[in-house]
Ligand binder design. Structure first.
Ligand SMILES: C[S@@+](CC[C@H](N)C(=O)[O-])C[C@H]1O[C@@H](n2cnc3c(N)ncnc32)[C@H](O)[C@@H]1O
Length: 280
């Protein structure tokens, strides 16, 4: 992998406060033994996007997910949404993620939840997906595309792996058009967000690869509230994070997150759920 921005993402998620060990520790703290783990237990801890299972339920409703859907979860992280979709709708899900430790952790959690027959994880880059053309009926992603440079190429890959008529339903961190170069650099350095798009930018790139937007939901107000709470939650993990990764790591992450949340509070950043359909 040559692009340093992609290597930085892998390092960022290797040391992320939400990880397989933290999820299993949280489950154990509830007095649940590993052999008693089910999807219903895991889903309270493993959704690494804003809004937990309620946000995934909204995505499921927007995408009208069916049991016969063949779903790709792009940037699947710890596999929480992938497992939830399969558990809730009986569909088949493949997760794709760049970070090897996330792929390994997602596989382990999925085996523990007994869903490995319908949910699998592949290590790879969304900019060159290791899948044949027209492999999926639905592709989803949550709060991940901001990490990925080169949106035209990313969306062309999404369109390529979808069947004609296939749906792409994703939520992402956006900006309103006045993100300064200084703030963009801080978001890259601190959060590994290499390219934050605008809503208009997404509409243009999707159109260029034969996809039409059929729905867009503004999530900015909801995310601002959630991010303030998330920051407090990360701060509450301070003793654990310091013990695991050191004080310097904790403080660097805390400063970066404070800046990120500040850009939501000041209305520079936004968020949306976008539903697009590949033309036939
Ligand atoms: C915020 S997490 C979201 C995880 C998951 N969607 C969820 O909601 O629980 C972002 C994920 O995107 C992955 N990622 C970032 N850039 C990627 C790329 N170019 N290709 C594949 N995965 C990528 C990261 O490794 C990380 O696991």
């Amino acid at each position: 992998m040559t692009d340093p921005r992609l290597s930085a993402v892998e390092r960022f998620y290797d040391f992320h406060p939400i990880n397989a060990k933290q999820i299993l520790d949280a489950v154990a703290a509830r007095g649940i033994a590993p052999e008693a783990i089910t999807e219903a237990v895991l889903q309270q801890h493993d959704q690494d996007h804003y809004g937990g299972t309620a946000a995934t339920d909204r995505l499921i409703a927007e995408a009208a997910v069916r049991a016969d859907d063949v779903v790709l979860d792009i940037c699947s992280g710890m596999g929480g949404p992938a497992r939830y979709l399969a558990w809730k709708t009986d569909c088949d899900v493949t997760g794709l993620d760049l970070t090897a430790s996330r792929v390994q952790g997602a596989g382990e959690l999925t085996r523990l939840a007994g869903l490995a027959d319908r949910v699998r994880f592949v290590h790879g880059n969304a900019l060159e997906m290791p899948f044949d053309d027209a492999s999926f009926t639905l592709a989803i992603a949550q709060e991940a595309f901001a990490h990925i440079p080169d949106k035209p190429r990313l969306l062309a890959e999404c369109a390529r792996v979808l069947q004609p008529g296939g749906r792409l339903v994703f939520s992402d961190i956006l900006h309103r058009g006045d993100l300064s170069a200084h703030d963009a650099q801080r978001l890259l350095d601190g959060m590994t967000f290499s390219e934050i798009e605008t809503l208009d930018g997404y509409a243009q790139h999707l159109g260029a690869c034969g996809m039409t937007i059929v729905q867009r939901l503004d999530l900015t107000a909801e995310w601002t509230r959630i991010l303030v709470e998330r920051h407090a939650m990360y701060r509450s993990l301070e003793p654990d994070t310091v013990a695991r990764l050191g004080r310097e790591h904790f403080e660097r992450y805390d400063r970066a997150y404070e800046h990120f949340v500040g850009l939501y509070r000041s209305g520079v950043l936004a968020g949306a759920l976008i539903h697009a359909v590949r033309g036939r």
